[in-house]
Design a protein around this ligand. Structure first.
Ligand SMILES: [Zn+2]
Length: 176
């Protein structure tokens, strides 16, 4: 299987993804998510960004991590973006929609993606600490949960990881 190198070693090579399988629309959506991550960084939040795109390719939700600003442990970028998309459509289910997020989603966010019946989740960097798409657990593939949501990882993984690494490096440097 050497023709499919997986930089993260996890869910990178599933349907719809992979180093050669990304579309221009995938790249554009992840770049938009990266811009959301930059916004989070500017506010002193852990820089993670997310975008929800509908089946027609229209952006229907944007989110950046806001756990500190909201004093809310559930204010992850994915949840913020999903809330915006669902409110916009007036429907908690978003069939056909895709979520792009700069960091591998945690169990809570994978759960939300499954509840929303998303067609697809695409993430950038792997998260060895709480990633629920292969790094720690493979929640999206659990047999008793729905199988409607495809997950692929590794899109712009370096850019998505760099912004996090820079953030934590800077934070360690600052006393207090
Ligand atoms: Zn999360």
């Amino acid at each position: 299987m050497a023709e499919h190198p997986a930089p993260t070693g996890q869910a990178s090579q599933e349907a719809g993804g992979g180093p050669d399988g990304w579309t221009q629309a995938d790249l554009a959506a992840m770049r938009l998510a990266l811009r959301q991550a930059e916004l989070a960084r500017g506010l002193g939040e852990v820089p993670v960004g997310a975008v929800v795109v509908d089946a027609q390719g229209e952006v229907i939700g944007l989110g950046s991590n806001r756990t500190i600003a909201d004093s809310d442990p559930s204010s992850h970028a994915e949840i913020v973006a999903l809330r915006q998309a669902a409110a916009r459509l007036g429907n908690y289910r978003l069939p056909g929609a895709s979520l792009y997020v700069t960091l591998e989603p945690c169990p809570m966010c994978v759960g939300a993606a499954l509840h929303a019946r998303l067609a697809r989740v695409v993430y950038g960097a792997a998260d060895p600490k709480t990633g629920a798409c292969g790094s720690v657990i493979r929640l999206h593939e659990h047999r008793q949960l729905n199988h409607q949501t495809r997950v692929s990882g590794g899109l712009l993984a370096r850019e998505c990881g760099d912004i996090l690494r820079d953030f934590f490096r800077e934070r360690r440097r600052k006393p207090g």
